[in-house]
Design a protein around this ligand. Sequence first.
Ligand code: HEM
Length: 289
Amino acid sequence: MKRILIPATIAVTGMLAAVVYAGTDPALVTSIDAGPSTAAYLQFNEIFTGDWQQYGKLFTSLQANLFSRIFLLVVTLVPVIFFFHYLAIGPKKFDHSGPQIYYFNLFARIIHWLAAISFSLLVITGLLVILGKMLGGGAVIRNGRSVHILSAIIFTISAIPMFLMWLKDMLPALCDIKWLFIIGGYLSKKKTPVPAAKFNAGQKMWFWLATLGGFVMAYTGYFLWSFQGSVDNLRLMVIIHNFLGAALTALFLVHLYMSLFAIAGSLGSMISGYKPQDEIDILHSRYKY
Ligand code: HEM
């Protein structure tokens, strides 16, 4: 019964949404030829159900079964992996009372925290929406959707200066390949200098995914919010938004773990702007200060 109910609910919701959409654009309905012809039926069908063969089937099965499970897996598995990493390897500790180097200027810190707060809200409210049914629905989920949209606007605005201010330092370098081979030294307790300049290969991957991926999320999210375009286009936007959203949530959790737990005192550098010199000499050994 559940197997039929879920796709049927989605199909009806999709049709209702299409009706609402068609209603906002009367030209769509009036463009259909008058008279009970097969062509008119097909035209009508196309507007209300989209091209079922293209993304319809895929969308229905993903929406009914897979998306919420992928997100659940991400928010449980990633923290569990890091929990074991913390137990087995532990945080890298540096001398915070030794010489300090000015690393992040005030502008960079303000932009970072704007992006960080808005993105964190995006992740929390995105999870509320996708897991809404399991969480019992209600006003919290509905308000979560509004916060999601507002945070998306703030994030998109802050991601532009973030992209531009760090672009040069985030370009790929040869030492990134070496860094990837040793996974930045994070699987070892030893503190041997790792090949990286201002940012390492892991930080660069996060930067590119968070900014360019963030812009794709904003673009696809705009369609979901404004309900524009054909039904099939909306389905494609949902598919991209959810898959990319899951990948970004996973990397966001990685970033949180790295900055809050894996490198002791890392958070302080994004607050004061200063990093301990011995941390730079080990984790960013190619950085010239
Ligand atoms: C509440 C969430 C967040 C916290 C606590 C946090 C914390 C930090 C910290 C401590 C650093 C400095 C790392 C170091 O070099 O030692 C950092 C760097 C950075 N953050 Fe965040 N951040 C958060 C969210 C975000 C978000 C949402 C984005 C992007 C959308 C972001 C993008 C970056 C980038 C690109 C860097 C520089 C490269 C790197 O260290 O990965 N951060 N963050």
